[in-house]
Design a protein around this ligand. Structure first.
Ligand code: PHE
Length: 447
């Protein structure tokens, strides 16, 4: 137990868990998925998913983690020995590696954009120039692979140092700085000419746009953004001391995470409509808008560089939590030293990340192969970042409610006299609402 490590303090845990939750999911993925799915209505459904599905599953994961002090595979085995439930843990471990692989590509973009901003590539862009810079950037295969490798290297370096030293100290200072910078940018974006159109898109739901895909995307985004459905929060919960209050921790994480996503929307959409750009342009959205904003603000280059740096750090606190899942598994179940586990899993994520890094095209001699035309980045994002997390969340909810039983979970949540006033609501949510809703949304995709 001692060798597994524990969080140094309560604030440290909340910041580290929030650091896992807050990342590219909020600032890169939330705006692009919102833009793709028609704006305000999606946002509304997303909020619903966070409250009705995200919070209950978050609490469930934390409880399983702390009750067992184990990685996802070991945790299911400990609570239900001899059954097949630990495959849910394996699914989480695989999902972690796969998300880490494409997530690090985008994280590499933030590093690249930080350098580009410093070098003045966006100082005074003409029409369409920012978009052209982006296309050229993602079509440079070696640069993409180098940035991916760099980011995975950073992640491995920190994770190999262990829980409190590696994860906690980072999250402490940088999260508040990111928050402040986002507030400033929002203030600027809202005063741009034509910002109202963006606000309308972001805030006034158009109910005629409703369809099954919007629900799936909102649900997947809620799990992705809160780092749920693959055992990240379970693993983080396993480093938590008994006297900590899981309910307030979960509430803090959800509130911080959601407010940062909302803030990002308030930056992107007013600026987007003010520049007459299309909201549904996909994963490149944020990278097309932000440099335009920075080019217009006085001192924007400095701002811009600092912003991309903070975004890279936010991404880093998330990649750390992704890598921590398979690493905790290898340490606990296979007795590997932390260092070796981090390096090997990092190497695997790098290998799996290469197709995503090459998604921007640019490798001419490969273009005759059929598979090369698949946009792996978007595909992985959908398969692992959405479907797999939703399936994982479904299994965790069923396990906690119907196998481990809510009474035992509640015992864990209310250990050492913690009060949980919404215990009944949580029980209903995790027993009936989460399993049914997730299942219906997933199954409805096939029709
Ligand atoms: N929640 C992280 C983000 O929003 C991504 C992530 C997903 C991290 C799943 C861990 C597990 O950026």
């Amino acid at each position: 137990m001692a060798s597994r490590g524990k969080w140094g303090s309560r604030v440290g845990f909340i910041l580290a868990a929030a650091g896992s939750a807050v990342g590219l999911g909020n600032i890169w993925r939330f705006p692009y998925i919102t833009g793709k799915n028609g704006g305000a209505l999606f946002v509304l459904i997303y909020f619903g998913c966070v409250v009705v599905l995200g919070l209950p599953v978050l609490l469930a994961e934390l409880a399983v983690g702390r009750a067992t002090c184990k990685n996802p595979v070991g945790a299911f085995q400990a609570l239900r020995p001899g059954a097949k439930w630990h495959y849910t843990g394996y699914l989480g471990v695989v999902t972690a590696v796969m998300i880490l692989s494409f997530y690090s590509v985008i994280a590499g973009w933030t590093v690249g954009y930080c350098c580009k901003t410093i070098c003045g590539h966006f100082a005074a862009p003409g029409r369409g120039e920012v978009a052209a810079v982006f296309s050229a950037f993602i079509a440079s295969p070696w640069l993409q692979i180098a940035l991916l490798a760099f980011f995975i290297f950073l992640t491995v370096f920190i994770v190999s140092r262990g829980v409190a030293a590696g994860l906690e100290s980072f999250a402490r200072v940088l999260m508040p700085a990111l928050f402040l910078l986002l507030l400033l940018l929002m203030g600027y974006s809202l005063t741009l000419p034509g910002a109202q159109k963006g606000l309308a898109f972001y805030l006034m739901p158009d109910f005629s746009e409703i369809n099954g895909r919007v629900f799936l995307e909102a649900m997947g985004q809620a799990f992705f953004s809160l780092s749920l459905g693959m055992g990240t929060m379970l693993t983080y919960g396993s480093y938590l001391k008994k006297k900590e209050n899981l309910v307030t921790a979960a509430a803090w994480v959800a509130v911080l995470d959601t407010s940062i996503a909302v803030l990002a929307g308030f930056i992107i959409f007013p600026a987007l409509f003010s520049m007459n750009m299309a909201p549904d342009q996909g994963p490149g959205l944020v990278f097309a808008i932000l440099p335009e904003i920075f080019a217009k603000i006085p001192g924007g280059m400095m701002f811009g560089a600092f912003f991309f740096l903070l975004l890279a750090v936010a991404a880093l606190t998330s990649t750390i939590s992704l890598l921590e899942v398979p690493v905790a598994f290898l340490i606990d179940e296979r007795n590997w030293p932390r260092r070796r586990a981090s390096v090997l899993v990092g190497g695997a994520a790098l290998a799996f990340g290469i197709p995503s890094a090459l998604s921007g095209g640019g490798v001419k001699f490969l273009s005759r192969l059929p598979l090369v035309h698949v946009d792996f980045l978007s595909l992985w994002d959908k398969v692992w970042g959405n479907i797999s997390l939703s399936v994982g969340a479904l299994l965790i909810a069923i396990f906690v409610a119907h196998v481990w039983k809510t009474s035992r979970a509640l015992e864990e949540i209310t250990a050492e006299g913690v009060r949980f006033r919404l215990a009944r609501l949580w029980t209903i949510a995790i027993k009936y609402v989460c399993p049914l809703l997730i299942l219906v949304v997933l199954v409805s995709q096939f029709f």
